[in-house]
Design a protein around this ligand. Sequence first.
Ligand code: SF4
Length: 340
Amino acid sequence: MVIQTMWKDRLALSDIEGKAGEGVVGRIRRLGEMGCGLLRFAVPDIVAAETLGLLAERVSMPLSADIHFDYRIALRCLDFPIAKIRINPGNIGSRKRVEEVLSKAAVRAIPIRIGVNAGSLPGDLRIRVEEGTLDRAEALVSAAERELGIFAELGFDRALVSLKASSVADTLRANRLLAGRTAFPLHIGVTEAGPLVAGVVRNTVALYTLLEEGIGDTIRVSLSDTMENEVIAAREILGVSGEGESRRGVEIISCPRCGRNSFDTHGFTERWRDYLYTLDKRVTIAIMGCVVNGPGEARHADLGITGAGNKVLIFHRGKVIRTITAENADAAFREELERL
Ligand code: SF4
């Protein structure tokens, strides 16, 4: 099960050169360490295609090119070592143009995702949905099947499909329908899912449900938030749905904090969260606000930290191993983390 996220900003050539480029490459490496297995970029023009192509030559993370409107951008991307092309059948243009892209992708053995979104259906299907003569989920499936038909006629079998809507119900229904009709891999997610909390909730309901039904080969949790949070959310969803690979790494237990706290669990968790998710250690970390419930509730944690009056305790499987001050908490925690 591959976790995807999408780069949130437009990349200029200057962004992948020099110090800025090192920052971009470093961030992509960390996303990989967190569990991201495919990173998608919007490619709005030829310069962006060339920038992405050059970046793909510098990173080991598979990069995917997301292309709307202009098939020539897809053709240019295919000159570089990108891992995948995503096209939207609602706006990529005539069949002849799709054929050109498919021919070149076939030669390069690069898969293409047919990414259908409820917000950009092909015109005739959109009109029928608006008239109320076609169900939105059916329209998503029809749009994909049209494109799959062209792929089949041309003998292109490296297809993947995604059917996304901002509605959980439409996303579920469309994916269930298509999963019953095709064996092509499905990339699943709720699109335009909203800000962090709303987006995580909507994606969790949809993705957990589909995964439980055996539907889905790659996932993305779309959020109006950071790529890192998209990857973390996807990992957590895969974790609760019992996907093996997702259990790789750290599990964080942290208390919600209440009036008994004597340690800023929110701040500490915020500071450490992304780093903890990059660790390739199968351990449980507890971050607790007070001794009332700290080591006790988290006794199964491999490493924990909790407030205790004007001190902070670090504990290992429920047993206190260090007593420190809040100022030293981060440094002491790092030492103990390295010892795990
Ligand atoms: S661990 Fe302590 S501070 Fe945190 S929620 Fe429980 S009682 Fe409150």
